[in-house]
Design a protein around this ligand. Structure first.
Ligand code: HEC
Ligand code: HEC
Length: 303
């Protein structure tokens, strides 16, 4: 320390036994530091004047810019709502096919449709549309359709509703056939999926299916379902008769369930959601139906 005498000190010093006193220096602050410090003071004053800053009584100084967090949030919300209104108006004007071609509008519709589905359709069709055998509620995620999987047909199904009627065939439950004939028909239906062992019963069932029982009128000559019914060459609205040759069953794939379908009949009601629908005490507006249609179509089975 002896060669450093010019340094300015505060005069405060601690003595040290070995002759090296500990001194308190008093150097001026670096200029860059001082100016930065003054600048922050000036900035804080400007800030207090411009923006909300000091608590005063029960209130606070508002600042001359009039900025507030609430106002900013309100403006952002207004902007988002205006955007949404714009998009919705656009969607209302567009056809399903047009929307399907615009990926951003499609994704927007699908996410809206998913929420609508969860609120209105999932109680029957299950979350994600996987359906339920117990209720005869079809799975909407496969490529097996009772009425058709095009955008237009799905929209029609949702708007108008559908009723699928499989008549009872056993005499005891109002049909025209005896137990043996119902067994034969059951064997024939099982043969579509390669599960019939009884060739003779199978043959008798075949004759009934395409003859007296007229199952083919609804299920088609090959039993592979009929999206469009026909009578005397005239197209009829679809009857919703399932494909009996695939692995997808509305009411159960086993012999007992199939026999029960034939003996007692089955029916399934898809409520209508279009304007004036009374069935569920609720209706969806056309835009909501469009969105939920696009969602159902997107579930994987849509064509
Ligand atoms: C009360 C129960 C119920 C509700 C709620 C319901 N559905 Fe259905 N839905 C059914 C039944 C039952 C069928 C099959 C009709 C039949 O058996 O012919 C069906 C059929 C369908 C089909 C036709 C499937 C095919 O294979 O062609 C579509 C699509 C569909 N529903 C969509 C919807 C949508 C979307 C909603 C909500 C807006 C909805 N459903 C609400 C019971 C319901
Ligand atoms: C008037 C049209 C019609 C006729 C005739 C008809 N069906 Fe059906 N069938 C249907 C409909 C519609 C369903 C679906 C019922 C529902 O929506 O739940 C069905 C369902 C079935 C099922 C259940 C399928 C499944 O996926 O679970 C079987 C099996 C079946 N029919 C067999 C037959 C046989 C065999 C005959 C002749 C004896 C026959 N049907 C005659 C319309 C018909």
């Amino acid at each position: 320390m002896s060669d450093n005498q010019e340094v300015s000190t505060t005069g405060h010093q601690w003595d040290d036994d070995e002759g090296y006193p500990l001194q308190e220096y008093n150097n001026p602050l670096p200029k860059w530091w001082l100016y930065t410090f003054y600048a922050t003071i000036v900035w804080s004053v400007i800030y207090w004047i411009l923006y909300p800053a000091w608590p005063v009584g029960g209130d606070f100084t508002k600042g001359v810019l009039g900025w507030s967090m609430h106002k900013e949030l309100r403006e952002e919300l207004d902007e988002a709502n205006a955007k949404k209104k714009n998009v919705n108006e656009q969607l209302a004007r567009m056809s399903l096919q047009e929307i399907a071609k615009k990926n951003d509008l499609l994704q927007y519709s699908i996410s809206g449709g998913k929420a609508i589905f969860g609120d209105n359709c999932a109680p029957c069709h299950g979350q994600g549309g996987i359906g339920s055998k117990a209720g005869g509620f079809p799975n909407l995620t496969d490529d097996d359709w009772l009425y058709g999987g095009s955008l237009e047909t799905i929209q029609e199904t949702i708007t108008q509703g559908r009723t699928g009627q499989m008549p009872a065939h056993l005499k005891a439950t109002g049909g025209a056939f005896d137990e043996a004939q119902v067994n034969d028909l059951t064997q024939y239906v099982l043969s579509f999926s390669g599960r019939s062992q009884d060739a003779a019963a199978n043959k008798r069932g075949d004759a009934l299916f395409h003859g007296d029982a007229g199952c083919n009128n609804c299920h088609g000559d090959q039993g592979n379902g009929s999206l469009k019914g026909t009578a005397g060459g005239q197209a009829l609205p679809p009857v919703g008769a399932p494909n009996l040759t695939d692995a997808i069953w509305l009411h159960g794939a086993d012999l007992v369930s199939i026999r029960e379908s034939i003996a007692k009949g089955r029916s399934g009601v898809m409520p209508a959601w279009g304007k004036g629908s009374k069935e569920v005490g609720r209706e969806l507006d056309p835009l909501a139906i469009k969105q939920v249609t696009l969602y159902v179509h997107s579930l994987g089975g849509g064509r």
